[in-house]
Design a protein around this ligand. Structure first.
Ligand code: GDP
Ligand code: IMO
Ligand code: MG
Length: 422
């Protein structure tokens, strides 16, 4: 398999975990290169459901190596919980997991600050996952962060963490919040360090050597294109580069080693948290929620739902260099009589083919829809593209045509087997 970056082409939760698990069969190494445990990637194998937050979704395939790259922000206590949870279920997490020694740590003061800032924003809140992601990336950029490499040296860790706790407790108090128990935070972090130490290494060298041996790498994007700190619907975004470029900076694998970019998208659109959403449709949200669909894998929040948006996805295709599309959740539209697709936006009397970069302008855009007839039968048992009803085939082909990328995978259910390769 060529070295491939898989990105979410919408606002996250596109089904990346499921598609990564499917594609890992052909790859040697799966790499996470940005985000943290704000991600929730769901994989269903043989009726068993797994939700991964920090560990790459390749972990469920024996004999594959999973790498948490330098661009990830890593909550050590949460990661230990995830490792233990997987081990309890019989999943091997040993030498098959490597953690970069230069990934930044998410610590309890980051979570406290994330929650506080959200509460202070009131109606202007971002709707973060409150996992401390923004404050951890802010510390990285401010050059005051602690890194996974610090977990290797208990004395250094203790000294750095004490200092950072002093500063952050003062900050928390000034914001009217209680200070954290420094002793407990240090003890918890040292205990997590004990568990994580054997996994921590220079993953840049590991990946370079693996590439020399012709290993193939699959990069597992977290979040989605429009949550990107640079290209997303700022400020309603996360704090990392979720677009394909982030895979290189977040892993140390140079751009010329990348062969392909795969964009994962739902056959409709969802978003969790605040921010503009042009094709949002309350009736569609109600429909999916009544079916038990579209609740967040990390926070359990009901996702906002809307029609497929070719304007934003077209932008996603050029921004990420998406070669191939993996369309998921086609089965979600099985009983919808008439399906809307947004083909352009209207703003102040002008027709736009690409979304405006300003969130306030985007919020004022009106969708221009075209409609296609629904297929009104279940697609869940289809094994190959030809098994899909002609109207469903026409629908996914239309998505590819409108967005300018090649159709490569269609997913018609959460299970590994419910995946059609074109
Ligand atoms: P990720 O964050 O991109 O990995 O996606 P999530 O796991 O947060 O959300 C995707 C949801 O859709 C999960 O519940 C998956 O099990 C589910 N899923 C993925 N593909 C399909 C599909 O084709 N059909 C159905 N019904 N569910 C799917
Ligand atoms: P996966 O990888 C969907 C959203 C949050 C919020 C914004 C900022 O499962 O697709 P953060 O906690 O990152 O500061 O929150 O980003 N968000 C996600 N939405 N899927 C995700 O990850 C997300 N990770 C963060 O809801 O709007
Ligand atoms: Mg998710």
């Amino acid at each position: 398999m060529p070295n491939s970056i898989l990105v979410g082409a919408q606002w996250g939760d596109e089904g990346k975990g499921k598609i990564i698990d499917f594609l890992t069969d052909e790859a040697d190494i799966v790499v996470r290169s940005q985000g943290g445990n704000n991600a929730g990637h769901t994989i269903v194998i043989g009726g068993e459901k797994y939700v991964l937050h920090l560990i790459p979704s390749g972990i469920l395939r024996k004999s594959k190596t999973c790498v948490i790259g330098n661009g990830v922000v890593l909550d050590p206590v949460a990661l230990v919980g995830e490792i233990e949870g997987l081990r309890k279920r019989g999943v091997k997490v040993e030498k098959n997991l490597l953690i970069s020694d230069t990934a930044h740590l998410v610590l309890p003061y980051h979570q406290a600050l994330d929650g506080l800032r959200e509460n202070q924003k009131g109606t202007k809140k971002i709707g973060t996952t409150k996992r401390g992601i923004g404050p951890a990336y802010a510390d990285k950029a401010s050059r005051t962060g602690l890194r996974t490499g610090d977990l290797l040296l208990p004395d250094v860790l203790k000294q750095k963490l004490s200092q950072r706790l002093k500063e952050n407790n003062a900050l928390l108090k000034s914001l009217g919040a209680p200070a954290l128990n420094a002793k407990k935070v240090i003890a918890d972090t040292l205990a997590a360090a004990e568990v994580l130490r054997p996994f921590i290494t220079n993953t840049v060298v590991f990946l370079h050597q693996a590439l020399e041996k012709k290993a193939s790498i699959l990069f597992e994007g977290a979040q989605g294109t429009f949550l990107d700190i640079d290209h997303g619907t700022y400020p309603y975004v996360t704090s990392s580069n979720t677009t394909s470029g982030g895979a290189c900076t977040g892993s140390g694998v140079p751009p010329h080693r990348i062969d392909k970019v795969i964009g994962v998208l739902k056959a409709y659109t969802t978003r969790v948290g605040e921010g503009p959403f042009t094709t949002e449709d309350d009736a569609l949200s109600d429909r999916f929620h009544a079916m038990g669909r579209e609740f967040g894998a990390t926070t359990g929040r009901a996702r906002r739902c809307g029609w497929f948006d070719a304007v934003s996805t077209r932008y996603s295709v050029i921004l990420n260099g998406i070669d191939e599309l993996a369309i998921t959740n086609l089965d979600g539209l099985d009983g919808v009589e008439s399906i809307k697709l947004c083909v352009a936006y209207r703003l102040d009397g002008k027709v736009l083919d690409f979304p405006p970069t300003d969130s306030d302008q985007l919020a004022r855009c009106e969708p221009i829809f075209t409609e296609m007839p629904g297929w009104m039968v279940s697609t869940e048992k289809a094994k190959k593209f030809a098994d899909l009803p002609p109207k469903a085939r026409a629908y996914v082909k239309k998505i590819a045509e409108l967005t300018g990328a090649k159709l490569s995978i269609v997913s018609i259910g959460p299970a590994r087997a419910q995946t059609i390769r074109l």
